[in-house]
Design a protein around this ligand. Structure first.
Ligand code: NAD
Length: 479
């Protein structure tokens, strides 16, 4: 059975304990590889390597680092198909999604941030001829990058790339649920000219390896994407060590559809927003609010379209693949049960799907639409992170603003209307870090990306990421 290994200081290593954990594919439910069950000793070894490599990496300067990162991007593209297959098999997502969303972003992350670092400028504050201040941003040291399973290599490189471009070295801890593409990535790094110790990948459990990374005194900066409860723990661990911290956390995002929206556009986009990647994107619109005049028409059309979505073998051109793990599938099924206990009506879906043959033990769930739930009930408050949406009517702007803002989350929102003034009015009143008007998931890598409330702290993307991964220093020169 394939053994995934840690990548530390340019070497492939098992955990120092020699312990491994099983890794299964959600498509078959079968174990197909093992990953190192690393602990604080492995993290320490990786941090020491990264610390040692830091002065050399920093001294390469922007252009030196740019050259190496751009050539790494080319090497990643040469292995595109391998990444697509591995990501789909490890995560359960359809191959076409990995091919069109996840994997193109891996090399793009490196090209984008390598280039951005060349354009990253400093400010000067002139003091009426008496002095001037110039502000520089210096690399910090060893950056800790911790990522989730829903967009495994896409999000891992979204952190590693800016950290490196800004001149830091990295210790990364990928999700233990989807470790395979991070391992493939380390194999390509190994063949590149990036010096040993600059990129270190340590596999293992969150509460063991992940926590050790957040508590390590020689890791002054942590970028984390994952669940809000995990974010809370990390926040506590980092606070006492005064670490710089970025938290990209969960969401319970509203899709708001007004009477005057372009009906078909709102229908198609909110459907995509509900079920893309099996509903396992932090930005998925899982609460759909529809204005009362079009509510019945919209609901009927949405349910009809949902029924037509195909679920199946991720190798085929299906709409939905497998849910990432058995535990997560059971969590989603429990929420569907809870929705019924809370008085909800299942309009379509609601069940696990059992296929014949190799996929029999795979974790597949029907896309599910639920009606008749109060906006304050648990199912409408907690993040389910699966192919499950609720649909609710609203009367007017005040009504929907109150309902949309009623959760502890504030990541993203989509508003569908043909009235520009209303779109702006609504945008200013919805408490989310990202608002899409008549759209969803239109991503520009330069924008500040992140959430309000329990959806996170800080913003990543573009120069925000480069600012995050650098320390600001002001120098005042008397004239
Ligand atoms: P998770 O919080 O369980 O795990 C994320 C990562 O944190 C994993 O690598 C895990 O090993 C590690 N981890 C777990 N406990 C830790 C600890 N105590 N200390 C340090 N590290 C620890 O999240 P998940 O289930 O992998 O991912 C799903 C969640 O991620 C959802 O809530 C989703 O909304 C969120 N997410 C947010 C964004 C965003 O940009 N805001 C993007 C994708 C996913």
């Amino acid at each position: 059975m394939k053994k995934i290994q840690n990548y530390i200081n340019g070497q492939f290593l098992s955990a120092l304990s020699k312990n491994y954990k099983n890794n299964s594919s959600p498509i078959t439910g079968k174990i197909y590889s093992k990953f190192p069950d690393s602990d604080h000793e492995d993290i320490d070894k990786a941090v020491m390597a990264a610390k040692k490599a830091f002065p050399k990496w920093k001294s390469l300067g922007k252009k030196g680092r740019y050259n190496l990162l751009m050539s790494l991007a080319d090497m990643l593209d040469e292995n595109f198909d391998k990444f697509v297959e591995a990501e789909s098999y490890d995560n359960g997502k359809p191959e076409w999604i990995a091919r069109s969303v996840d994997i193109p972003r891996v090399s793009e992350n490196f090209r984008f941030f390598a280039t951005a670092s060349l354009h990253f400028s400093s400010e000067c504050h002139e003091m009426d001829g008496k002095a001037f201040n110039y502000t520089i941003r210096e690399p910090i040291g060893v950056a800790g990058c911790i990522s989730p399973w829903n967009l495994p290599i896409y999000l891992l490189t979204w952190k590693i790339a800016p950290a490196l471009a800004a001149g830091n070295t990295v210790v990364a801890k990928p999700s233990e649920i989807t470790p395979m593409t991070a391992y493939l990535f380390s194999k390509i790094v190994h063949k590149s000219n990036i010096p040993n110790g600059v990129i270190n990948i340590v596999h293992g459990l969150g509460e063991k390896a992940g926590e050790a990374l957040t508590k390590h005194p020689d890791v002054p900066v942590i970028s984390f994407t994952g669940g809000s409860n995990t974010g809370k723990k990390i926040n506590i661990n980092c606070a006492s060590l005064f670490k710089k911290l970025s938290l990209e956390l969960g969401g319970k995002n509203p899709s708001i559809i007004f009477n005057d929206a372009n009906f078909n556009e709102a229908l198609n986009i909110s459907l995509k927003s509900a079920f893309s990647n099996q509903g396992q994107i932090c930005l998925c619109g899982s609460r759909i609010f529809v204005q009362s005049k079009i509510y019945d028409k919209f609901k009927t059309a949405f349910v009809e379209k949902t029924k037509k979505l195909t679920v199946g073998n991720p190798k085929n051109k299906v709409d939905l693949g497998a849910i990432v793990s058995k535990a997560h599938m059971n969590k989603i099924i429990n929420y569907i049960q809870l929705a019924q206990d809370e008085g909800g009506t299942i309009l379509t879906g609601g069940n696990r799907i059992r296929f014949e043959g190799d996929l029999r033990e795979g974790y597949f769930i029907e896309p599910t639409v639920i009606e008749n739930l109060d906006y304050k009930c648990i199912v409408n408050q907690e993040e389910i992170f699966g192919p499950v949406v609720t649909i609710m009517p609203f009367e007017n702007e005040d009504d929907v603003i109150k309902m949309a803002n009623a959760t502890k989350y504030g990541l993203s929102a989509s508003i569908f209307t043909s009235n520009v003034s209303k779109a702006h009015r609504m945008s200013s009143k919805i408490n989310s870090g990202i608002i899409w008007i008549n759209s969803w998931m239109m991503r520009d890598l330069r924008i500040p990306f992140g959430g309000m409330k329990d959806s996170g702290i800080g913003r990543e993307g573009g120069f925000n990421s480069l600012r995050f991964f650098t320390e600001t220093k002001n120098i005042c020169v008397k004239i």
